[in-house]
Every structure is written in C-alpha cells, then in structure tokens.
Ligand binder design. Structure first.
Ligand SMILES: [Mg+2]
Length: 113
C-alpha cells in the first residue's frame, strides 16, 4: 500500500501518531491483536441488549449511531495498524478472501456476484 491510497494514507497517519507518542514499542502484532479484540468487544457492547429490529436501524438512531461509528473506527484503525506492522496488504487480502468465499459459497443460480 502506498501513501496515495485511502488505506495507505490512514496507515501513514497512524504511523506518525504512534511515533509522536513513542508507542511503536507497544505496537507488536500480539498487542495489536489484543487491542483489536478489546475494541471488537466494545463494538459488541453497543448492540448487546438491542433487539434485532432496533439493531437494523442502529445506523439511523441518534444515540446508537455515534457509538457504533466510534467503535467501528477503533476496530478499523487497530486492524489497519496490525496490517501495517505485519506488512500485509489488507486490501489485497480482502479481495483474495472474497474470491475464496465465492468459491466456497457459490451464488444462488440465476444471480451474479
Ligand atoms: Mg473503543
């Protein structure tokens, strides 16, 4: 990923953020995975006691939406940072995974991906 693509720009910004605080020493893959899991738990917490209909409209709910956005961002940023420190091209990995999923779960006959 280079610095001109959106994910690369975010990773560069995270790199500078960590360096300015001397946090790079904490950003090993194990710590980042643990932080990611913690943030995923916080995301779960937002919808934990919400019924299914309310969860479907959470993106339009004035109370839930900002909390969802914050925790989704936390998960996303830790995942981006993890991809950066491991040298994994997250966009390429995501495309590869979609291809693998398409092979594993073919579309319903008559429908296209
Ligand atoms: Mg959080």
């Amino acid at each position: 990923m280079n610095a001109v693509d959106p994910l690369g720009r975010l990773q560069e910004r995270l790199r500078r953020f960590a360096a300015a605080r001397d946090w790079e020493r904490f950003h090993d893959p194990k710590n980042l995975v643990m932080a990611l899991a913690g943030e995923a738990g916080e995301l779960v917490e937002v919808l934990q006691w919400v019924d299914q209909d309310s969860s479907r409209s959470a993106g339009q709910d004035p109370l839930l939406r900002p909390r969802l956005a914050e925790e989704m961002a936390d998960v996303f940023l830790y995942l981006l940072r993890l991809a950066d420190v491991t040298g994994i091209d997250l966009e390429a990995a995501a495309h590869d995974k979609i291809i693998a999923n398409a092979r594993r779960y073919p579309p319903i006959p008559g429908r296209k991906d």
